[in-house]
Design a binder for this molecule. Structure first.
Ligand code: HEC
Ligand code: HEC
Length: 313
């Protein structure tokens, strides 16, 4: 038989359970817990009504429950979608402006330069820096983009085309150029390759063996063996993808080993195409960015004929 009674020591009621003379106190739940529970319950109830919550049946056909309680305040997801649509519209207005503008004009516009450089830098860091280096000065196998020495057309439209379709890329409109392997395809002997290496060192102002270089010069110019692509005297500038060999800028290196390998085995660098990965306006901004990077700011003409809106409101 259990009897509830008041405990002598604590003054609390007992539960009435007793075992071998030991009784259990009936301590009430502390007030803050009770209130906390009630408040949490109320908040949940209010949110349940205010926000999208319960699934609701919407028809008498399978799967029956295809709707949900929309909530008195509406859903955050809808607000986010609306905001995204707004941003996309702003983005499109901005893109349209850039896509319509004439690149050759934009490149000479100091205002556009100031406005578009930061965005170009972000795009460059994300998509190009891993190959062309963080400062666009290239690295072995990847050309320097700021030395104003171009394999292909170095005007802003030409750079745009290169970025869009690539070089030796998998796009059908790619620019293609290959340095043949002259030892590999047996058009030159090892000795002739060595001679031509000395000649290339001589025209690029490096220490060389004059006798060998003289013999190499003959090979170089003979029937345009080299000059046909690299220009007379190796000065490049033909816009066919073959670099200038008379400056100190090398893609693969100007030391004897690298030159020997370039000439003996050939080279075929691949620049990917970006037309499928980047928006048109992004490719245009990158072309401008690359052109601006290699052009000192004071060379940009003062005339400003185009205005680009900022996206930020
Ligand atoms: C996977 C490495 C790689 C990435 C990424 C890459 N490039 Fe290139 N790029 C190359 C190589 C290699 C060449 C030189 C091809 C050759 O030797 O013929 C090149 C050449 C170029 C040229 C031509 C230079 C000239 O002298 O005519 C431009 C311009 C260029 N890249 C810009 C860019 C831009 C802008 C990006 C970023 C969107 C980019 N590249 C991303 C590898 C890359
Ligand atoms: C069919 C055109 C063509 C001919 C002919 C040609 N080259 Fe090239 N050469 C190229 C191209 C294109 C490149 C750039 C390859 C690349 O970047 O992947 C190149 C690159 C080079 C390089 C590497 C330059 C660097 O910056 O590292 C050297 C050196 C070179 N050629 C020397 C020669 C010599 C010497 C000959 C003659 C024996 C010759 N080339 C004949 C097209 C040609």
């Amino acid at each position: 038989m259990s009897v509830k009674r008041r405990d002598q020591v604590s003054g609390q009621l007992t539960t009435g359970h007793e075992w071998d003379g030991i009784e259990e106190l009936d301590t009430p739940i502390p007030k803050p817990f009770v209130w906390g529970y009630l408040i949490a319950f109320l908040v949940a109830l209010i949110m349940w009504i205010a926000l999208p919550s319960w699934p609701l049946p919407s028809s008498m056909k399978w799967p029956y429950i295809t709707s949900y309680w929309q909530g008195l305040l509406g859903s955050d997801a809808e607000r986010v979608e609306r905001r995204l649509a707004e941003l996309a519209a702003q983005q499109k207005a901005f893109d349209d402006k850039i896509n319509k503008a004439d690149l050759a004009e934009l490149v000479n516009d100091p205002k556009a330069r100031k406005l578009l450089m930061p965005a170009g830098a972000v795009l460059y860091r994300e998509h190009c820096a891993m190959c062309h280096g963080p400062d666009a000065k290239g690295q072995p196998g990847f050309p320097n983009l700021v030395d104003d020495q171009w394999l292909w057309d170095g005007e802003v439209e030409g750079i745009y085309t290169t970025i869009k379709y690539g070089i030796n890329s998998s796009h059908e409109e790619t620019q293609s150029a290959e340095m043949p392997g002259f030892l590999k395809d047996e058009s030159l002997t090892k000795d002739q390759v060595r001679d031509v290496v000395e000649y290339v060192r001589s025209i690029s102002g490096q220490e060389h063996f004059p006798e060998a270089a003289k013999r190499g010069a003959v090979v170089f110019e003979e029937d345009g063996a080299c000059s046909g692509c690299h220009g007379e005297g190796g000065a490049g500038g033909l816009g066919v993808g073959a670099p200038n060999l008379t400056d100190k800028h090398w893609i693969y290196g100007g030391d004897r080993d690298s030159l020997y390998r370039s000439i003996a085995e050939g080279r075929k660098g691949v620049m990917p195409h970006w037309v499928d990965l980047l928006r048109e306006a992004e490719i245009r901004q990158l072309a401008l960015y690359i052109k601006w990077l290699g052009t000192p700011e004071k060379q940009v003409a003062k005339v400003s004929s185009v205005s680009i809106p900022t996206t930020a409101k």
